[in-house]
Design a protein around this ligand. Structure first.
Ligand code: BES
Ligand code: MN
Ligand code: ZN
Length: 499
């Protein structure tokens, strides 16, 4: 097991340590300056080169493109913006800039001054892009000579009348990037370094700092509570499961404040159990099967600083999924918190088993809506690829709120149909339901399974099996865990109390 000292959430201290400042144009002479350049029109004077010269060196101003122009004592880095500089383009350009200047610890940029974008939204996107683009997971690596510099400072250079707006957006971006980085840390941590009790310990520690109420239910308590789904998945493990309840109450909360429920899959390692996975690359990524729970925990840690007006209660269902002599067997029947029984016909369809109990508990807390997030099905990765999450649910309005947060964060989602004509695929010969349908529509059928525990509560379901992870550094995503969901859920919660 673990022999090295290990901090499961290094970003919780390293990201806030980055100083973010906003200064008016001309107030300072930065040594390294990132400058936005669109695909057509004028090149900013500070670049000192014509469009033709830039083009001759292969820089056309396309989104994601950068070119480093060394100067005595520093550099100008041009960052392509294309022809439609949205906040998503800005975030990506900022990430590309931060990576192009990877050996610099102080990064100044005029990116937040680009185009006609709102100063706060632009600054938020730029700070997120720089911080997320520079994220690295080096906890378990020996220092190498070419290790990039640790980021110390971000300086946003904007027009004088944009300083105040940019400052508030920058602060928000700093918080959201911290949440995403914490979520990445948790998902990047190997299964042997972060099991369910470890994850609960992190929740207690981060929750205390963030003004959250955290309660942890251990195996004995889960037995009393009748959480047979979570216990059934845990049955093969030598490590206890944990159900983690995290709740946030707004400081200025009036009675009648709306109450959002969040439910996350927290499988700290998914071997498949008795339905053992083959030892391939997909299996090796299964330390990240707690990404849903990690994203929720990370998002919750910034709710108070974001002054979110709604109440938010989260349930994170945490265990590893292991094969052993005590593991749940194919054909076993589990009784969940609501009394509903499940015939387990494949122990690798474990996420829905632990989610059932967690959704039931969220409902018992009387939440007004549930958003759940889970690395639930490989079928979602097959259907939508690694850039987009599947979005399903029973409530149009709630799904539209998730889509709005998706646009704000560039954590992309795509709706899939919750077609209940497939529900009969889950009919069991001996129990209320079985945990696996047919050969096709895996993502939809998994959502239909969850819907049985959701009942009439307005509900949106995010299947993040695809975007939990990136194969390469790509825009705001870095190789490994992407932290997908942390910013999105913080934005959903932020907007939820607003009627
Ligand atoms: N955690 C996996 C889903 C997954 C796959 C997430 C790839 C991220 C990337 C889930 O528990 C699982 O094993 N699903 C099976 C279900 C099957 C047994 C019906 C799958 O998708 O293969
Ligand atoms: Mn599985
Ligand atoms: Zn899984």
């Amino acid at each position: 097991m673990r022999t090295t000292p290990f901090d499961p959430v290094p970003s919780a201290t390293s990201v806030p340590a980055v100083v973010v400042r906003v200064v008016a144009t001309g107030a300072e002479e930065p040594s390294v300056l990132g400058v936005p350049v669109t695909a057509s029109g004028d090149v900013p004077a500070v670049v000192g080169l014509s469009r033709e010269t830039l083009a001759a060196w292969g820089f056309a101003g396309k989104p994601g493109q950068t070119l480093v122009l060394p100067r005595d004592g520093g550099a100008v880095v041009v960052a392509g913006m294309g022809d439609d500089p949205t906040t998503a383009v800005l975030r990506d350009a900022a990430a590309a800039f931060a990576r192009a200047a990877t050996h610099e610890s102080v990064l100044a940029t005029t990116l937040a001054d680009a185009g006609t974008l709102d100063a706060a939204e632009a600054a938020q996107a730029v700070v997120e892009g720089v911080l997320l683009g520079r994220y690295r997971y080096d906890e378990l690596r020996s220092p190498a000579p070419d290790t990039p510099a640790a980021l110390e400072e971000i300086v946003l250079v904007v027009a004088p009348d944009r300083v105040d707006g940019a400052a508030s957006g920058a602060a928000r971006g700093h918080l959201l990037a911290r949440a995403a980085a914490v979520s990445r840390d948790l998902a990047n941590a190997p299964g042997g370094y972060l099991n369910a009790p470890d994850l609960a310990d992190v929740a207690v520690r981060l929750g205390a700092d963030a003004g959250l109420d955290v309660r942890v239910y251990d195996r004995a308590e889960l037995e009393e509570m009748g959480c047979g789904g979570l216990l059934g998945v845990n049955a093969g493990s030598v490590v206890e499961p944990r159900m983690i309840r995290i709740s946030y109450t707004p400081t200025t909360g009036a009675d009648g404040t709306r109450h959002l429920g969040l439910v996350g899959k927290g499988i700290t390692y998914d071997s498949g159990g008795i339905s053992l996975k083959p030892s391939n690359a997909m299996h090796a990524a299964m330390k990240m099967d707690m990404t849903g729970a990690g994203a929720i925990l990370a998002a919750m840690t910034v709710l108070r600083e974001l002054e979110v007006p709604a109440r938010v209660t989260a349930y994170l269902a945490c265990t590893d999924n292991m094969p052993s002599g005590s593991a749940t067997k194919l054909g076993d029947v589990l009784t969940t918190r609501t009394g509903r029984t499940i015939e387990v016909v494949n122990t690798d369809a474990e996420g829905r088993l632990v989610m059932a109990d967690a959704i039931a508990l969220a409902n018992e807390d009387g939440v007004d809506a549930i958003v759940d997030i889970a690395t639930l099905t490989g079928a979602a990765l097959m259907a939508l690829g690694p850039l987009t999450a599947g979005l399903l649910g029973n409530d149009d309005d709630l799904q539209a709120q998730v889509e709005a947060a998706s646009r704000a964060t560039d954590e992309r989602v795509w709706r899939m149909p919750l077609d209940d004509r497939y529900r009969s695929w889950l009919d069991s010969e001996i129990a209320d339901i079985k945990n696996l349908g047919g050969e096709s529509a895996g993502t939809i059928v998994a959502a239909l399974f969850l819907a049985e525990w959701v009942g009439d509560t307005p509900w949106a379901h995010l299947d993040i099996a695809g975007p939990m992870r990136s194969e390469k550094d790509d825009a705001w995503r870095t190789r490994g865990a992407t932290g997908f969901g942390a910013r999105l859920l913080a934005e959903v919660a932020s907007a939820y109390g607003v009627r």
